[in-house]
Design a protein around this ligand. Sequence first.
Ligand SMILES: [Zn+2]
Length: 396
Amino acid sequence: MFLRLLLFLALALAALVARPQPQAQAEIVVTSVRIGVHNDMTRLVFDLTESVEYTIFTLDTPYRVVIDLPELAWQVPPQATRPVGLILGWRYGLFAPGTSRVVIDVARPVALRKVQVLPPQGRFAYRFAVDLGEVDRASFLATLRQRAAVNRRGKSAAKPAPLKPRKPGSPPVVVLDPGHGGVDPGTIGIGGVFEKNVTLGFARELKRRLEKKGRLRVVMTRSRDVFVRLRRRVERGRQAPGDLFVSLHADAIKNRRVRGASVYTLSEKSSDKEAAALAAKENKADIIAGLDLGSEDQEVTNILIDLVQRETMNLSATFANLLLPEIKARARLLKNSHRFAGFAVLKAPDVPSVLVELGYLSNRQDERLLTSTRRRRALVEALAAGIERYFAKPRG
Ligand SMILES: [Zn+2]
């Protein structure tokens, strides 16, 4: 256990050194995190250089505690998976510009016994301390219901924004959607690499490559390590307004020998069990970050599925069919490479959309390939070629 922890710390440190971190403007620094068990209470403490404002709440399935704080500079690894007391593990990340989010996974239903920001004392500076105590499921759920009622009162009905008209003669817009980000790391590779970093690095290179000739404009759904909700990604694609939406991911599976890229398009019916499982996993991004897709979201999702027009689906399939031979010619393609499933991020009714799984982070060679600018060049080139061919085709 100790060795694994050391290995994790070493990997986290290596990741920090290897990648240029986006410079946080945050002044407040988290210098350490401590967890202790006192009687029947589990206490989590963040050591801070300054006092902070916070929001804290609990969530169900799985049991979690979520803390929103101002954007902080962290001097601790991005997550820990060693259980202590009621806490199974915790992770943090940028949830939105200006907001850092901490998600604590807990073993059982818990109550927030005490939450406080303590002033400097002795050898300690400011401390943010949470005391968690075990409760029965009924009272845990009662707390959730209370909070939901307060939220409903404060919320006004959100209308989807109308689309901006396109300027005549302006170049087509490609929307690149680097999967995951911030508090949601996505898959963690066999060598410890985070999917969120792989997708962002790849998207940045693809953007540069596509814009070089000046015939296409590229909009990114995120351009730094920040959490973006799936629906927000879809909305950004529509508002751009995008002519093509390409979501980038890199999955991991049990069989470590499997490697290669695959392309997914939207369908209510999944082409196979694995595609359905993958869509379910990718759609969980919002839940992982500590948000629940409420009934309201579900309704909108259903309406969007109904609204998906034949035309958009045909164009998505057209693009997938242009892209696949380009990947096959230049990089490595999975055998069953075009699949269909209900990915939430592909549900814009009016923007042709595909999701590309660039490779498998569970495979050592794929992981190496996707984390090296030089090695992934062929795959970047393949995607660029497919996208350019799509826009070179005359369309009605
Ligand atoms: Zn993913």
